[in-house]
Design a protein around this ligand. Sequence first.
Ligand SMILES: [Zn+2]
Length: 190
Amino acid sequence: MVIVDKEFGEVIVRKNAWVRNIRFSVSTSGRLAMSVPKYTSEFLAKRFLNANRKMIREKLPVKDPAEQRARDYQKKQLMKKAREYLPYRLEYFARLHGYKYDNFRLSHANTRWGSCTHRKRTGGNTDEITISLNIGLMSVPEALRDYVILHELAHINHPDHSKDFWAEVGKHDHNYKLHERRLKGFSPGV
Ligand SMILES: [Zn+2]
């Protein structure tokens, strides 16, 4: 459910059977989000919003409605570019260096550029490997984007940041230390 508020713009209301009290947070698009118990009515949600207006204003970095829209647009564009590029770039490097993975996902978390998860297959002795890449990679320089891809691919063989892991990254990206450092100057959040 989405309610439109004069001050905060679109407010995302998430109904959840496990939530006992209403909780406020800020979504990745900069919108205010409320988690409410499953049977909360729109009327009640609005009442809680009104009652907490002052606290929200003071404590939560909600973007103004125009900025929320600009972000939505930006995110959509980035998502489109990412979908047309990242899976192919990943596949290119995987083939070049002989890596195999099972699933690919696009992510738009605020904190991570990518991840490589291993999941035990039931009955098998190989792991199911899922690689996620953040759509925010589309707005960093190509060398850094490639570095993240090679980093996640190297996690297929080394699910840690051990010496062996870095040695493997270094084989494919001789400037990985510089790239890792430069990447810190960017943020994955849109
Ligand atoms: Zn890593």
